[in-house]
Design a protein around this ligand. Sequence first.
Ligand SMILES: *Cc1c(COP(=O)(O)O)cnc(C)c1O
Length: 353
Amino acid sequence: MQYPALIMDKSKIRHNAKILSEMAAKHGIKIAGVTKVLCALPALGEAMVEGGVYALADSRIENLEKLKNIDAPKILLRIPMLSQVERVVQYADISLNSELEVIKALNDAAKDKNKVHHIILMVDLGDLREGVWYQDAVEYAGEIAKLKHIKLIGVGTNLTCYGGVIPSYENLGNLVKIAEEIEQRFGMKLDVISGGNSSSIYLIQKNEIPERVNQIRLGEAIVLGTESAYGERIENTYSDAFTFAAEIVELKEKPSVPIGEIGRDAFGGIPVFEDKGIIQRAIVAAGRQDVKHEGLIPKDKGISILGASSDHMILDVTNGEKHYKVGDIIEFDVNYGALLAAATSEYVNKIVK
Ligand SMILES: *Cc1c(COP(=O)(O)O)cnc(C)c1O
C-alpha cells in the first residue's frame, strides 16, 4: 500500500445515497449524485447509482467523460465553457446554463451531431453565484424556446454556495412561480425544478419544500452525511465513508516550543506555540500538497495536529491511545475541504474498499 492514501468505503456511500434517495422520494424528489469532490472516480458514481440516485452530476466535462460507462443520465453543473460545447453535447445529457451565447453555441454543436441537448436554466434567487437574475428568467426562457436543438427541461437554482443564502419555502417558491410563468407564457411543460444542493435537505426534513421542486443535486450529503445549511449530521448516514491515512517517518521527544528567535513559517505566517513541556512528536509524510490539514480529525482522539508544511505534518502523539513507532499509519476523518484537497492531489493514493 502506498501512502498518503484516501480510502473510500463504497458500501457506506451506497448506504448514504440510499437513505437520502428514500427520504427525498417521499417528497417526490429525485437526487442527482454529485461526484466532483472525488474527481468523479467511477467507483463513487457506481456506489451512488446503486444507492438509488437517478443521475450523476459533475462540474467538469472531463469528469462526466470518466463516468460514460455508467448507465445514468449525466448532468454538467458548471456553466459550459464556449470552448467546450462539442464535448458538452457529447458527454452530458443535460447541462445547467445561464448565458444565451453559450446556449446558442450548444444549439449549433447539437445540430452538428444531430442531437437535441437538454438544459436547465439556472436562476439566481440572490446567492450571487450563477444564474439569470430572477426578474429576467422568463424573457430568457422565451429566447431559449426558439432554438431547435435545445430543449429547456426545467429551471434550477444554487444557494448557500457563494452568498450563503439559505433555501427557504419563500425563495424556492419563487423558483416554482418562475417555472409556472414560463409554462404559461410559452405553452411548454417543465419537467424539472431543481431546488439546490445539500443545503436544501433541512427543508425536506421540515416538510417545507415547495411541492413542485422535484430534483436536488447532492454531493456533501452523500459523501459526508451532513447537510450544509446548518452543518448538521443527517440521521442514519455515515460521516466516515472516507479516511485519510499517512505514515509516520519520524517520532521523537522534543520540546513543544521552538528554540531561538521566531520569524515566519514556510507560508509567511508568524507561528504561536503553547508550552506543554517535552512532548512525543510524530512527523507523518503528508503535507499541504496532499491535504488541507485544518480539515483532518485524527481517529485516535489522543492525537492533535500541530501544523503542516508542504510535505510534513506534525502531530502531538503524547496522549495517543497506543504507542506509535516509525512506519505506523495514522488515520484521519476528513471534512469537505480536506476531502477535496486529498482527492485532487496526484500524490494521494485513492483506494476503494
Ligand atoms: C457542487 C454543486 C452541487 C453539490 O453541492 P453539495 O453542497 O456538495 O451538495 C450542486 N449544484 C451545483 C451547481 C454545484 O456546483
